[in-house]
Ligand binder design. Structure first.
Ligand SMILES: O=P(O)(O)OC[C@@H](O)[C@@H](O)c1c[nH]c2ccccc12
Length: 274
C-alpha cells in the first residue's frame, strides 16, 4: 500500500468515527456555517495579488517535523500581512499534525482572507466540517477520488458556498476529473505516491488546463526564479508550505521570497472575470 492509500484508509475510519460523534445537524448549526465565504479565485486574480497560497504545515510524511513551534494565528496573520492571497491550513492530524482547531484559529485571526481546508476529502461530511470550521475552499485530490466523486463533492461544496481546488499530477487525472464545479486546478509537483517533486510536472500540464480555471502550481517551490518561470508558463497561483514553515519566521521567509519574486515578473492581466 502506498502512502496515499494508507492516508485514505485511515481517513475513512476517522470520518466514520467523527460522523458517529458529531451529527450533520450539529455542524450545520455551528455559528460559522452560515457565514459568507471569501473567494480564493477573486483574491488570486485581484490586481497586484502575489498569487501565493501560504500553508501552515507542522509536519509531513516525507519530511517529518517541519516546524513544531510556530503558532497558527501569528503565522497566518504574518502571511496575510506579507501579502498571502489565500491561506492553506492542514487539518489532517495523523500524517501532517494539523487539527480542526488550527483551521478555526486561522479563521478567527484572518476574517477576510480565503482559507483552504487542506485535507484528504473522501466524504461529503468533511465538506460540512470544513464549512463549520470556517473554510472558504476545499481540496479534492484526483488521485484518490473517482471522477463521479469529484463531480458530486465539488457540486456539494458549491451548494455550501465554498470553492474547490482540484489537485492533479498528470494529464490522465486532469482529463478524467476536471468538471464545471471546480474553480481552481492545482498541479502537484510532488508525486504523492513517491514524494519526488519535479516542476516539469507543472510545465507539462499547464497548456491542458482550460483558461476558465485558476491555475495553481503546488509543492517543492522555494525560489523566486522558479516561480517566475512558472508564472511565465501560465500559473496564477503558487501553493507553498515547507519553504516558509521550515524557518523560525515563516512570515519573514514569505516576505523575503515576495521581495525577490516581484522584480522578476510583470504580472499578466488576466482576462478572466472575477
Ligand atoms: O510544502 P510544500 O512542498 O511547499 O508543498 C505545499 C503543498 O503543496 C503540499 O503540502 C500539498 C499539496 N497537496 C497536498 C495534499 C495533501 C497534503 C499536502 C499537500
Amino acid at each position: 500500500m502506498n502512502i496515499l492509500d494508507q492516508i485514505m484508509a485511515r481517513k475513512r475510519m476517522e470520518v466514520a468515527e467523527r460522523k458517529a460523534t458529531v451529527p450533520d445537524q450539529r455542524l450545520r448549526e455551528s455559528p460559522l456555517f452560515s457565514r459568507v465565504v471569501n473567494s480564493a479565485r477573486a483574491s488570486i486574480l485581484a490586481f497586484g495579488s502575489t498569487g501565493i497560497i501560504a500553508e501552515f504545515k507542522r509536519r509531513s510524511p516525507s519530511k517529518g517535523v517541519i516546524n513544531d513551534q510556530a503558532a497558527v494565528a501569528e503565522t497566518t496573520q504574518g502571511y496575510v500581512q506579507a501579502g498571502a492571497a489565500v491561506l492553506s491550513v492542514l487539518t489532517d492530524e495523523p500524517f501532517f499534525g494539523g487539527t480542526p482547531a488550527d483551521l478555526q484559529a486561522a479563521r478567527q485571526a484572518n476574517p477576510h482572507t480565503p482559507i483552504l481546508r487542506k485535507d484528504f476529502v473522501a466524504d461529503g461530511y468533511q465538506l460540512l466540517e470544513a464549512k463549520a470550521w470556517g473554510a472558504d475552499l476545499v481540496l479534492l485530490i484526483a488521485a484518490c477520488l473517482t471522477p463521479a466523486e469529484v463531480r458530486a463533492l465539488s457540486a456539494q461544496a458549491h451548494d455550501l458556498g465554498m470553492e474547490v481546488l482540484l489537485e492533479v499530477h498528470d494529464a490522465d487525472e486532469l482529463e478524467r476529473s476536471i468538471c464545471e464545479t471546480v474553480d481552481l486546478v492545482g498541479v502537484n509537483n510532488r508525486n504523492l505516491k513517491t514524494f519526488v517533486t519535479n516542476i516539469d510536472t507543472s510545465i507539462r500540464l499547464v497548456s491542458q488546463i482550460p483558461d476558465q480555471f485558476v491555475k495553481v502550481t503546488e509543492s517543492g517551490l522555494h525560489d523566486a526564479a522558479t516561480m517566475a518561470t512558472l508564472h511565465e508558463a501560465g500559473y496564477q497561483a503558487f501553493l507553498i508550505g515547507e519553504a516558509f514553515m521550515k524557518t523560525t519566521n515563516p512570515a519573514g521567509a514569505f516576505q523575503t521570497l515576495v521581495s525577490e519574486y516581484n522584480p522578476l515578473v510583470t504580472r499578466k492581466h488576466s482576462h478572466l472575470t472575477v
